[in-house]
Design a protein around this ligand. Structure first.
Ligand code: G3I
Length: 347
């Protein structure tokens, strides 16, 4: 009898250790609880709304559901380096976001060091190769060292590949003045400033097998062959409800980057609701796409699933209601789809 009792006790102990605290207390598990149990970074972009006293739901939702965050704008060059003088760099907003993340146990993805879109006016005035290399080196070194080990994942170069036919590098990139190796230079400088950081190339419209993802594959393969310290690729995944994970060849595409030994991260997921049908049908289709994106990510052992925002209220493309919380921070069907995948995928 005693023996039986102790066996029962062990079984109960094993059961209690195998369930999450949220489940044990009867609450629904959060995304972050389930993602953390899988070693997956799951979260999203945070904006100034995080500190908006009129919108306490924003911070509450981020901290309840996300184990990782990324600044939507506060770490872009235009936000930090309005002036080329590092003594005048503006870190206050980014530092406040990092402090909030640390307080709430969240990993921070750094976004982004070199991006044509966020380059301040003074960058465009530099027309000489040596001067541009010096400017890039100073900016990257100062910023990466400023955050130090508070940020150990960086989007080093963002959106360098053209959308045009043939998909070479875009021709409106001011940093190209630094020479054809400006991408390699950026990665080398970031690595020198923080050797512990995972360094990523990040782009959009590269989720499936297509000309642009082929160009990205050639780019990163070439960087690896040249010994450039690149560790991962970010697939932004700004999509809509017409996107087909299967028809686009997304899993095969992600897998070929994994086969190069790179981290694969979905970095800016949002799925706009488009097309005809009732609101209910569109919400269901959106949930299906979200679920398939996360399943595919997990199938290739991705390391992050980041969404571009929190709620449809504050999304950069709010009109398309692309996120998993509605304008009142109520969970949409897409939220449930992510929970279900985290609970069941591979089990
Ligand atoms: O901060 C100023 C504010 O002072 C001013 O009053 C206001 C007037 O327009 O502009 C504000 O800056 C805006 C900034 O967002 C903050 O709201 C910029 O004009 C606007 O261009 C900027 O847009 C951001 C965009 O990147 C360009 O940096 C979006 O919020 C942000 O969601 C978007 O994010 C990008 C990723 O970084 C890279 N991948 C694509 C993604 C979507 O475009």
């Amino acid at each position: 009898m005693n023996h039986q009792k102790s066996r029962l006790g062990l079984a109960v102990l094993a059961l209690s250790l195998s369930v999450t605290p949220a489940l044990a207390s009867g609450q629904a598990p959060s995304l972050r609880t389930l993602a953390s149990a899988r070693g997956l970074l799951l979260g999203g972009a945070i904006s100034g709304e995080l500190f908006n006293a009129d919108n306490p739901d924003e911070a509450a939702t981020i901290n309840r559901e996300y184990n990782a965050v990324v600044a939507e704008n506060a770490m872009k060059m235009r936000a930090i380096a309005n002036s080329p003088d590092p003594d005048n760099y503006l870190f206050a907003t980014a530092d406040a976001m990092v402090a909030s993340a640390q307080k709430n146990g969240q990993t921070v993805r750094g976004h982004t060091l070199i991006w044509h879109d966020s380059a301040p006016a003074w960058v465009y005035e530099i027309q000489e190769k040596t001067a541009m290399r010096a400017a890039m080196t100073q900016y990257i070194t100062t910023v990466v060292k400023h955050f130090g080990n508070r940020i150990n994942i960086w989007d080093v170069v963002n959106e360098a590949i053209s959308d045009g036919p043939g998909n070479p590098l875009r021709n409106n990139n001011p940093f190209a003045v630094a020479g054809p190796d400006f991408i390699a230079l950026a990665f080398r400088m970031a690595h020198a400033a923080n050797p512990a950081a995972r360094l990523c190339y990040n782009d959009y419209s590269v989720e499936g097998l297509n000309g642009k993802s082929n160009a990205m594959y050639a780019l990163v393969k070439g960087l690896l062959a040249d010994g450039v310290p690149i560790h991962g690729v970010g697939f932004q995944s700004h999509l809509d409800t017409n996107f087909s994970v299967r028809d686009s060849g997304m899993q095969a595409n992600l897998q070929r980057f994994r086969d190069l030994g790179l981290d694969v991260q979905l970095t800016e997921v949002d799925v706009q609701m488009v097309g005809s049908g009732s609101e209910k049908e569109k919400l269901a289709r959106q949930a299906q796409v979200y679920g398939e994106l996360l399943s595919t990510c997990l199938a290739v052992k991705c390391s992050a699933f980041m969404m571009w925002g929190v709620s449809d209220l504050t999304s950069w493309r709010a009109g398309g209601k692309p996120l998993i919380f509605d304008g009142d921070y109520v969970k949409k069907p897409a939220y449930g789809a992510l929970i279900k995948v985290l609970q069941t995928a591979g089990k």
